[in-house]
Design a protein around this ligand. Structure first.
Ligand code: GLN
Length: 488
């Protein structure tokens, strides 16, 4: 094996931080091109068992890696993500690359443009290896709703990686990418990150442009990073955050240096522990792990106090009304006319619409279109959709009141660790109820980070969710760093 390839495979076998990769490339110890090849070799070896990558963007990745190597050869300063091999959730479009959103409806669809987050990652030097698997249109909590088969959890391949960004979480956990992008509408970054033992970030709604995200529920959808450690996740967020003229809802608030902010100690921060997140339904081992995490925060000099968020119990029904209502409207565009799947069995125009949608969408997506259409229908709008919007406001105000007293709120990310494949597929309601700890922050628009916080006796990862107020990402990162460095 030539020495360059050996160095690159060493970098792959021992996952490196973004900073270490960048320094290695800058110092000429490893070439970005060799690194990309080494990652592809690892993907070729491991993907058949894990089903993480749906497609590879090899040419584009290698051209980008060559650009980084040229910069390094000239001695030019390298951008923050220089040479970082990354994977992109399949709901984020990349020009000319298949972007299916995990759906048969978009099989073979090659978008004519790039998502802004993708453009920004490449501007920051990242090498995008390919598109990763997810639940169909990001609807699900286990990745079992993908039309392309479930992703397996690298920690235990009999278990789900979580969802909907299961591929993004599993890619980092199996080191098939140094970092990835996912999306979170009701927990889809945080829950899979916690199931796979990696870090996941829910940015404030509006912090990251949604241009080029195949929409699920626009008032809830967010794009965010996964990484192997908090600092790297902060670095990736810094690269993708900020105003974008192509998304009028993206915030103009200045982008902080999240990585540098995450280096600041958490001592002195006030941490709230909401009692509603520690009641019935919480697995005993998850509770014990999170309690250790809270003790570690106290030891790090945080002031921990109990708080109450009494409307938490209404969050799941509120979320499943708001999200499905928006989904039913967003998914109306898939009509078999302009792009995506078209039924071959249609005689009339009406049949073309209905058969294309019937054959193109999976069962969970259809269930949500029905639910959402019902919630928005003339006779039920006030009882369901309007009521959900009102409860949503109350939940958001409850968080704002809490954040007048504390800087961050910590909770378990999921009531239990990764469950077995097919364990919950027959019971959609129990799958929905599992989102109890994540949908609240989604509805409120606030930000959060999930970071590994111990394991169960069976070795399954537990994640701690750290929530902070709107645009409070730096605070969430600081708290997450303190939990990470306690090595629970
Ligand atoms: N599990 C939730 C759902 O199925 C969240 C999905 C998401 O955040 N995209 O809707």
């Amino acid at each position: 094996m030539p020495t360059e390839t050996k160095t690159a495979s060493h970098y792959v076998e021992k996952p490196q931080t973004l900073a270490a990769l960048r320094e290695g490339i800058a110092a000429g110890r490893v070439k970005a091109v060799d690194l990309a090849h080494a990652y592809y070799a690892r993907i070729d070896a491991k993907n058949p068992a894990l089903n993480v990558y749906l497609s590879a963007t090899r040419e584009r990745a290698l051209a980008q890696a060559a650009r980084i190597d040229e910069l390094a050869a000239k001695g030019d300063p390298l951008p923050a993500l220089a040479g970082a091999p990354m994977g992109i959730k399949d709901v984020l479009v990349m020009q000319g690359a298949p972007s299916t959103a995990g759906s048969k409806m978009l099989k073979g669809y090659e978008p004519p443009y790039d998502c802004t987050a993708v453009t920004r990652l490449e501007a920051a030097g990242a090498v995008l290896l390919g598109k990763v698997n997810c639940d169909e249109f990001a609807m699900g909590s286990s990745n079992e709703n993908s039309a392309y088969g479930p992703v397996r959890n690298p920690v235990d391949t009999e278990r789900v990686p979580g969802g909907s960004s299961g591929g993004s979480a599993a890619a980092v956990a199996a080191n098939l990418a140094v970092a990835t992008l996912g999306t979170d509408t009701g927990g889809s970054i945080r829950q899979p990150a916690s199931f796979c033992g990696v870090v996941g970030v829910l940015p404030t709604w509006g912090r990251v442009s949604r241009y080029g995200l195949i929409a699920f529920a626009s008032s809830l959808d967010r794009i965010g990073p996964f990484a192997g450690n908090v600092r790297d996740a902060a670095t990736v967020l810094g690269a993708i955050a900020g105003h974008d003229t192509k998304d009028a809802t993206s915030s103009a608030a200045p982008v902080e240096d999240y990585a540098a902010e995450s280096d600041k100690p958490a001592a002195g921060l006030r941490i709230g522990v909401p009692e509603e997140y520690f009641s019935e339904g919480l697995d005993a081992e998850v509770r014990a792990a999170i309690e250790k995490g809270i003790a570690a925060l106290e030891a790090a000099g945080c002031a921990v106090k109990k708080i109450s968020l009494p409307h938490t119990k209404y969050a799941v029904p509120t979320y499943y009304l708001a999200a499905t209502a928006e989904a039913s409207a967003n998914l109306a565009r898939f009509d078999g006319v302009r792009y995506g799947y078209r039924s071959a069995r249609a005689g009339t125009l009406a049949e073309m619409y209905s058969r294309s949608r019937d054959e193109g969408f999976g069962a969970e997506v259809k269930r949500r279109i029905f639910l959402g259409t019902y919630a928005l229908s003339a006779g039920y709008y006030d009882a369901y959709y309007r009521k959900a919007q009102q409860v949503r406001r109350i939940l958001a105000e409850e968080f704002l009141r809490a954040f007048a007293e504390v800087d961050a709120i910590v909770t378990p990310t999921s009531p239990f660790p990764a469950f077995r494949i097919r364990e919950k597929t027959g019971d959609p309601l129990s799958m929905y109820l599992a989102d109890i700890y994540t949908v609240t922050a989604s509805l409120a628009g606030i930000c959060g980070v999930t970071t590994p916080c111990g394991t169960t006796q069976a070795g399954l990862p537990v994640g701690m969710q750290v929530l902070a107020r709107h645009m409070g990402e730096s605070t969430a990162f600081r708290v997450a760093r303190a939990v990470e460095s306690a090595e629970i």
